[in-house]
Write a protein that binds this ligand. Structure first.
Ligand SMILES: NC(=O)c1ccc[n+]([C@@H]2O[C@H](COP(=O)([O-])OP(=O)(O)OC[C@H]3O[C@@H](n4cnc5c(N)ncnc54)[C@H](O)[C@@H]3O)[C@@H](O)[C@H]2O)c1
Length: 322
């Protein structure tokens, strides 16, 4: 168990920070490969002692030699690949988005293969799917048709194809996970970061307007992180990709949960009732069958923990309202 060594790419980001926190608390040797140099998201949710146990490697996944060196230097036996540019960044610079999200992901598979690793886990996204009305009634089925409507979604679809070919040609197994709207401390960028930014503003007693609404699936950061860790440790073959489950909620329920936790914010959190271009609910029976029951923190608890982390971090200056 604990003799496994993890390399997590993009782990200065939101989900990565929570993955690292889980790994360190579970006693795993953990290395981070990220192009960024500031561990501010990890500092929100980990102690200095915990951070001191992490090996930080600064490097860009668009460079294969960098990725290979990181795999070697970390002695990684398990890879969790999260580094990516999110929807707004890919929209602003599609070529850079393709370089990081598509070529960078090819580099992760290639480096894993060259290091003789047998499997890896990577982040795909709900953004490989289209609008709710494209899929008929009921939760989105496992294996539903991909129909991305952003550059980002197209790049994630390419990642899933890359994974298939590395399994077919090289026997390198993988699991791709498709999170939906992840919320929780450290979620400060990306198209669906509004609800968490609202939690931060509410913790500071300030107003916030969320730029989307409608009904979608919400996943607490810690649950998402635990799902990645579970997938990374699972004995697998093939190149399966799973939709990650969670509660299907309307934005008004998110706002109500924020107001319940931060009553001073009552009436100050607003939203555009414009749904995301994704299905409203997902069927997660396939991932549950593959990995077992996965954590699903109730919304009220997730918001309570998030607001508490933000209050503590606002008090000592580790975070500021954006
Ligand atoms: N947060 C969500 O709701 C959500 C939903 C679906 C999928 N995902 C996917 O999960 C993964 C993690 O998401 P997140 O919310 O933690 O993202 P994030 O934006 O918070 O973090 C991404 C990290 O990747 C790093 N990175 C970017 N370019 C890099 C490069 N060239 N080399 C090395 N590192 C680089 C960044 O510095 C950052 O620390 C991403 O692949 C994302 O597309 C996230």
């Amino acid at each position: 168990m604990a003799e496994e060594r993890f390399l997590v790419t993009g782990a200065l980001g939101c989900i990565g920070a929570w993955v690292v926190r889980n790994l360190v608390r579970d006693g795993y040797a953990t290395a981070v490969l990220d192009v960024g140099g500031n561990p501010h998201r990890l500092k929100l949710i980990m102690s200095e002692d915990e951070l001191a146990r992490v090996q930080f490697i600064t490097g860009d996944i668009t460079d294969l030699a960098t990725v290979e060196a990181a795999v070697k230097d970390s002695g990684a036996t398990r890879l969790i690949h999260l580094a990516a540019l999110q929807v707004p960044f890919c929209r602003a610079d599609p070529a850079l988005g393709a370089k990081v999200n598509v070529v960078g992901t090819v580099h992760m598979f290639e480096a894993a293969k060259r290091a003789g690793l047998k499997q890896l886990v990577y982040a795909s996204s709900i953004a490989v799917f289209g609008h709710s009305e494209d899929y008929g009634e009921g939760p989105l089925a496992h294996g539903a048709r991909l129909s991305p409507n952003t550059h980002y979604g197209v790049y994630k679809q390419a990642n899933e194809g890359t994974a298939q070919i590395y399994w077919q040609d090289d026997g390198l197994a993988s699991i791709g996970l498709r999170p939906y709207t992840v919320y929780g401390a450290a979620r400060d960028q990306g198209m669906t970061s509004g609800p968490t930014k609202a939690m931060l503003a509410a913790a500071a007693g300030q107003p916030y307007h969320i730029a989307f609404g409608g009904t979608g699936v919400f996943q607490y950061t810690d649950d998402t992180a635990k799902t990645f860790v579970r997938a990374a440790l699972a004995p697998i073959t093939g190149a399966e990709v799973y939709n990650v489950g969670g509660a299907s909620l309307h934005m008004r329920e998110i706002v109500a949960a924020i107001e319940a936790e931060a009553p001073a914010a009552a009436g100050k959190v607003t939203f555009d009732d414009k749904p995301l271009p994704f299905p409203e609910a997902v069927d997660d029976a396939a991932i549950t069958a593959a990995l077992g029951a996965l954590p699903k923190t109730p919304l009220a608890q997730g918001v309570r923990e998030t607001v508490a982390i933000f209050r503590a971090a606002l008090a000592d200056g580790r975070v500021a309202v954006q």
